[in-house]
Design a binder for this molecule. Structure first.
Ligand code: B12
Length: 246
């Protein structure tokens, strides 16, 4: 008999792939093994989970249709609303399972993120997480340097949106795939981390390797617009009624 995780993966993929979301399975224990205990997810080690990334096609395949069809809740970020809409629909494909959805923006009351998406992406094999410690004899002295994940197909042109935990499904037989180390040289890793930390607004870190698919011009414009001004942009694009003059 085919293992349960294989069937779940296919069904989940069918629900999310057409909308520009890709899924990668992992065991919760792989994630917990590399993290400080304060960040652990409290499920048994062989519990089945998936990390969900949004590819560049998410913008046309789900965000634009979402804006056309759904009423935006004015207080929540529009992309977050769209992602939540699709994760909730995907969960409905599994009525006999308990599925916990944890989003990238969710924090505990002490402001600690509920899931470290980059670590989840790395341990699932989705995208290599380049951290300061991956650069031998780094040149940054006392500076804090944030790490960044790079995907073998999308380079830096993607986001890590959610983790779905199938709380009652055990997957001890799941094969662990290492992420592809697509930035192997020290010089390129230095350039990548410096671009991500010092110049992230220009998006150059995303092009550390030639990506097969990138954000379109309007998508790049949307994501480089500060969140507070994005509603204005949606209004200009005709997705929202004009705000009343003040
Ligand atoms: C808080 C946050 C920020 C903060 C602080 C950044 C930080 N990394 O701490 C601020 C506001 C500065 C920020 C900025 C940005 N962010 Co931000 N941010 C986050 C958020 C919500 C949490 C990150 C966090 O607090 N980590 C906690 C620290 C302690 O984790 P850590 O450094 O990884 O440490 C752990 C690992 O080292 C691990 N570990 C130890 N050993 C090993 C070994 C291995 C092999 C592994 C895998 C792990 C591992 O253990 C440590 C903890 O115990 C994540 C989403 C999420 N939920 O994960 C997005 C996220 C990291 N941000 C992201 C982005 C894109 C950005 C920005 C470009 C802005 C933007 N949104 O467009 C900028 C760029 C950074 C900059 N130059 O300022 C993306 C990164 C995508 C990618 N490709 O990697 C994320 C994942 C959001 C997303 N939805 O995709 N961000």
């Amino acid at each position: 008999m085919e293992e349960e995780h294989v069937e779940i993966r296919e069904r989940l993929q069918g629900a999310l792939r057409p909308y520009g979301f890709h899924i990668y399975p992992f065991q919760v224990g792989w994630y917990n093994a590399v993290l400080d205990p304060v960040f652990h997810l409290s499920y048994p080690g062989d519990t089945l989970a998936f990390v969900v990334i949004s590819a560049p096609s998410m913008f046309t395949n789900s965000f634009r249709p979402f804006l056309k069809e759904k009423k935006l809740q004015s207080l929540q970020d529009p992309i977050d609303q769209c992602v939540a809409h699709h994760m909730t629909l995907a969960k409905e494909h599994f009525p006999s399972h308990q599925v916990d959805i944890i989003y990238d923006y969710e924090l505990h009351p002490n402001r600690r993120p509920k899931v470290l998406m980059q670590t989840a992406a790395h341990v699932s094999g989705a995208a290599y997480y380049y951290q300061r410690k991956d650069v031998p004899e780094d040149p940054w002295e006392k500076r804090k340097m944030f790490g960044v994940c790079i995907h073998p197909i999308y380079g830096g042109w993607f986001a890590i949106r959610a983790v779905l935990v199938f709380t009652e499904v055990r997957a001890p037989g799941l094969e662990k795939l290492d992420p592809i180390d697509c930035v192997p040289s020290r010089e390129d890793r230095i350039r990548l981390l410096e671009n991500f930390n010092f110049n992230w607004r220009d998006g150059k870190y995303r092009d550390v390797l030639p990506a097969e698919e990138k954000y379109s011009e309007d998508q790049t414009l949307y994501f480089s617009t500060p969140p507070a001004e994005r509603m204005k942009l949606l209004e200009v694009w005709g997705h929202l009624p004009p705000s009343p003059p003040c």
